[in-house]
Unconditional design. Structure first.
Lengths: 439, 242
């Protein structure tokens, strides 16, 4: 489906909030969302969650013949897919611009920076090399796909183990995982992308934009660095005009962020390694189950039920009798009758007798003989029969009741009987006869 | 290629240039009569040809028209004989798409699109040697030839870093050596960077120097392009008999 357009109000709201240095989720300008890394049961499979953005990374390997002009190097292949479950706007045919941009960025970040030693992937020069394939799938899009994807890619590569190979003369032996432990890839450094979103022609900048912020941004600057503060890739996109010192400042911020994220990655890898070695449970199922409530338990509270009956009788004796329920139908107009209680209605002729306080039946009309309530309900003099009666109350809007010709005296009032005096509700329609409850 | 010194002791590069020198640039505007604007540029051995059509009515789906701005459409293709090995697919592959996207972003920012609402400007670039800088320079000249108003020239240049020195305007040999490469597109008057792209590892401390070298080279390109444009206008006015 087509992407839902962002309304102007929302756009303005977001931009104003950013001008005041406020973000929707309460982060500071340079804060990242929570990063969570979980591993699957196979080596090389991981899910990275950056806030709500989720990317699944999977690494696989295969023995192939090398490229002709690079006979001694292995092959690295990256593929990022925006799956249709990630956002309603992603459809098989419709994503090309974004897809091209993301894929090229991933390729440049990971391949051109030579983070993996491709020479070590060579088995027999010119004949057999390892082809490492990294597949990234976007599972949920909540902004900043690039960062999450780069973290997923590098984590999956670090986590992956390829089968061991030994070459003796002309003989190549490929060991299965059961025969010999698989071997990790040799990774020189871990490049991680940090995205900066620019707003208002470069006046404001945010790190790790979420989906709403991405919609209103002017452009994006992506800097990929590793923890040794080497810049692997810089890419500015979106047609923003940058100044040189902005770029330098962003690179400094990126250095700090990358150091934090790299630490997180190393810790996650270490944890997983430990769990596997100790024989504990690992895999996606383990990482998900903890968040669900499977049982709801409440402590039993002791209650003393020894003299319940006596207490109940006391309560009943002291209570006032319940209000009577009128069972006779009340005829308002020919064709309109009412049985029982109900909210006061504001239609119809009020044909009933005048003084009927203490009635349990709902909408009897009562005359207020000029008595003022302490809530300040005033009743103007009941004038001529046809004139509308105005009840004014400081708390209420002005209400004018137009009466039919015949019954001038039937006006809507509030009872002043000694029952509870509750403040009138704001809207006349909703006023209930409080006397009911007190009876 | 082992043993190839990209920067000799005396400070000379492989092709005899100094660190901050540009390659020889030759440019012509108005090479095609039928297009609204066209230009051809040679930067060393890299040749790029750009053609501009527009502003004209939106072709294809009217729905893509923007109510307040013009739509800029860029396509990039590289000749099959341009790179070391013959390329089989001149356009449609990822690199060409990406180049087209980047060109579009650069020019959308530079062209005053508010002046031509609901219209479309097409820029087609074909490059031999496929570097971004030559494409952008060619496209700038072509857009100027077509008379489309722009904020400023968009001048691009590449830069690299070898042995502690920043090199400007990399040739193919220097690019293939695998060091860090920076491509920068600049609006010279304000110094604003329209597009910045960098590959391969460069330590953060050296970033400033490389940026500065690229910016300076872009400004040199600007003086050259400026001269070309004035020359072209002078020739055109002579022909018109002013």
């Amino acid at each position: 489906m087509k992407e839902t357009p962002l309304s102007n109000c929302e756009r303005r709201f977001l931009l104003r909030a950013i001008e005041e240095k406020k973000r929707l989720d309460g982060r500071q300008t340079y804060d990242y969302r929570n990063i969570r890394i979980s591993f699957g049961t196979d080596y090389g499979c991981c899910i990275v969650e950056l806030g709500k953005t989720r990317v699944l990374g999977q690494v696989s390997c295969e023995l192939v013949s090398p490229k002709l002009n690079r006979a001694t190097e292995g092959i690295l292949f990256f593929n990022l897919e925006l799956s249709q479950m990630a956002a309603p706007a992603f459809e098989p045919g419709r994503q090309s611009d974004l897809l091209v941009k993301l894929n090229r960025l991933m390729e440049r970040c990971l391949r051109n920076s030579k983070c993996i030693d491709t020479e070590s992937l060579c088995v027999v020069a010119g004949e057999k090399v390892w082809q490492i394939r990294v597949d990234l799938h976007l599972l949920n899009h909540d902004g900043n796909i690039i960062d999450a994807a780069s973290i997923a890619a590098i984590v999956a590569l670090c986590h992956f183990r390829r089968p061991d190979v030994s070459v003796q003369g002309d003989e190549v032996t490929l060991y299965t995982p059961e025969e010999r432990d698989p071997v990790p890839l040799s990774i020189h450094h871990m490049p991680i992308c940090v995205s900066f979103a620019f707003f208002q022609q470069g006046a404001y900048l945010l790190v790790d934009p979420n989906e709403r912020e991405e919609r209103v941004m002017d452009g994006l600057l992506v800097i990929a660095m590793n923890k040794h503060r080497e810049i692997c890739t810089i890419q500015s996109s979106g047609g923003i005009m940058l100044l040189k010192d902005q770029v330098l400042r962003c690179s400094k911020i990126a250095g700090v962020k990358v150091a934090e994220i790299t630490e997180l990655i190393l810790k996650a890898l270490e944890n997983d390694q430990k769990v596997r070695k100790e024989g504990g449970k690992f895999g996606f199922a383990e990482s998900i189950a903890n968040q669900r409530i499977t049982a709801f338990k409440m402590e039993k509270a002791p209650i003393d039920t020894s003299d319940v009956e006596e207490k109940a009788e006391e309560i009943i004796a002291e209570a006032e009798p319940p209000s009577e329920v009128v069972s006779t139908p009340v005829l308002w107009t020919p064709g309109t009758a009412q049985i029982g209680e109900g909210v006061e209605n504001s239609w119809g002729d009020l044909e009933d007798s005048e003084k009927e306080d203490d009635e349990g039946g709902g909408d009897q009309a009562i005359i207020l003989d000029g008595i003022k309530m302490d809530t300040g309900v005033e009743v103007s003099d009941i004038g001529s029969q046809d004139a509308p009666i105005i009840l004014s109350d400081s708390e209420e809007e002005e209400m004018i009741i137009l009466e039919p010709d015949k019954n001038p005296k039937k006006i809507r009032t509030q009872t002043t009987s000694a029952k509870q005096e509750k403040a009138p509700s704001k809207k006349p329609v909703k006023r209930r006869k409080k006397k009911r409850a007190a009876n | 290629m082992a043993g190839l010194e990209l920067l000799s002791d005396q400070g000379y590069r492989v092709d005899g240039r100094r660190a901050g020198e540009l390659r020889k640039i030759q440019a012509r505007m108005g090479v095609f009569a039928q297009a609204d604007g066209s230009a051809y540029i040679e930067q060393g051995n890299t040749k790029a040809l750009a053609v501009v059509y527009g502003p004209h009515e939106i072709r294809g789906s009217r729905a893509r028209a923007l109510p307040d701005r013009a739509l800029v459409n860029c396509q990039y293709s590289s000749a099959t004989f341009s790179t070391g090995e013959r390329k089989r697919r001149p356009h449609g592959d990822r690199k060409s798409c990406e180049m087209g996207l980047q060109l579009r972003q650069t020019f959308e920012a530079a062209i005053l699109t508010q002046l031509h609402p609901r219209s479309q400007i097409d820029i087609y670039v074909q490059a031999d040697g496929g570097t971004y800088a030559a494409c952008v320079n060619a496209a700038t000249l072509a857009v100027l030839d077509a008379g489309i108003p722009m904020r400023d020239f968009v001048c691009a240049c590449s830069a690299g870093f070898v042995d502690g020195t920043a090199l400007a305007d990399l040739s193919h040999v220097e690019e293939a050596a695998g060091g860090p490469q920076l491509a920068l597109a600049l609006l010279p008057a304000s110094g604003q960077i329209a597009l910045l792209e960098m590959d391969a590892r460069l330590h953060e401390d050296h970033l400033e120097r490389v940026l500065e070298a690229a910016a300076q080279a872009a400004r040199d390109v600007h003086t050259l392009l400026d001269r070309v444009v004035r020359q072209h206008v002078r020739e055109a006015s002579i022909l018109l008999g002013d």
